[in-house]
Design a protein around this ligand. Structure first.
Ligand code: SAH
Length: 220
């Protein structure tokens, strides 16, 4: 049996709206982002056994040692990405469940998403088809190198944390473009925003975060 889009009980619209009010009380002010969070059925992106917890403001396991990001973090990173002005082409490194990808697909024209774990990517692609999200292009590869054949991007969002900055990502930004990335070793990560200005990059440090590590290579 597959879960319905609309949901009932713990996956109902009322439960989703409650999550939105929690995000609103935090730092999420962008109404476009809040509207999409209320719209996209997060329960479809987690295992059915966890569906009743899908609208809690927490990260949840998605298998293969990975997690679906906390809604607050998805909303914050999306808000930071849109603050840069007109954003049409976005690269996401770390498709995972596909939830962040789906949120982005409702807000920008083209989403390019890269994932190194094949079963996760295949499952995410199934969700994009189910939700008829047709502006997402995915790639099964190590996204630490970005996606050079599709570059440049207006913004790049990385949903796993490297210990040092992958500079090839910066090079794939347009002038004025933004990279939103968690960085640092486990327990010491911070969320960073880099904005490209000509050949220079302005760096802003936001808050302490906790992401799975950005790893090299692919897993079949
Ligand atoms: N946005 C996702 C986050 C998933 S966790 C969601 O909310 O579901 C981070 C993801 O990044 C994992 O799926 C992990 O496999 C992936 N990842 C880690 N290193 C990567 C790399 N070098 N290239 C592509 N994906 C990577």
């Amino acid at each position: 049996m597959s879960l319905s889009f609309n949901g009932v009980g713990m996956t109902s619209q009322r439960t989703r709206d409650r999550l939105v009010s929690i995000l609103r009380e935090q730092k999420i002010k962008d109404e476009k982002v809040l509207k999409v969070i209320a719209e996209i059925p997060r329960h479809l992106f987690v295992d059915e056994a966890l569906a009743s917890r899908a609208y809690e403001n927490i990260s949840l396991p998605i298998g293969h040692g990975q997690t679906i990001s906390q809604p607050y973090m998805v909303a914050l990173m999306t808000q930071l990405l849109l603050e840069g002005g007109s954003v049409t082409r976005v690269l996401e490194v770390g498709t995972g469940s596909g939830y962040q990808t789906a949120i982005l697909s409702k807000l920008v024209s083209n989403v390019f998403s890269v994932e190194r774990i094949k079963p996760l990517l295949d499952s995410a692609k199934g969700k994009f088809r189910q939700l008829k999200l047709n502006n997402i292009l995915t790639n099964y590869s190590d996204g630490g190198w970005g996606w050079s054949s599709k570059a440049p991007f207006d913004a790049i969002i990385v949903t796993a944390a490297p210990e040092t900055l992958p500079t090839s990502l910066l090079e794939q930004l347009i002038d004025g473009g933004r990279l939103i990335i968690p960085m640092g070793e486990k327990g010491k990560q911070e969320l960073l925003v880099f904005q490209r200005v000509g050949d220079k990059y302005h760096k802003k440090t936001l808050e302490k975060v906790s992401f799975v590590p950005l790893l090299n290579g692919k897993i079949a």
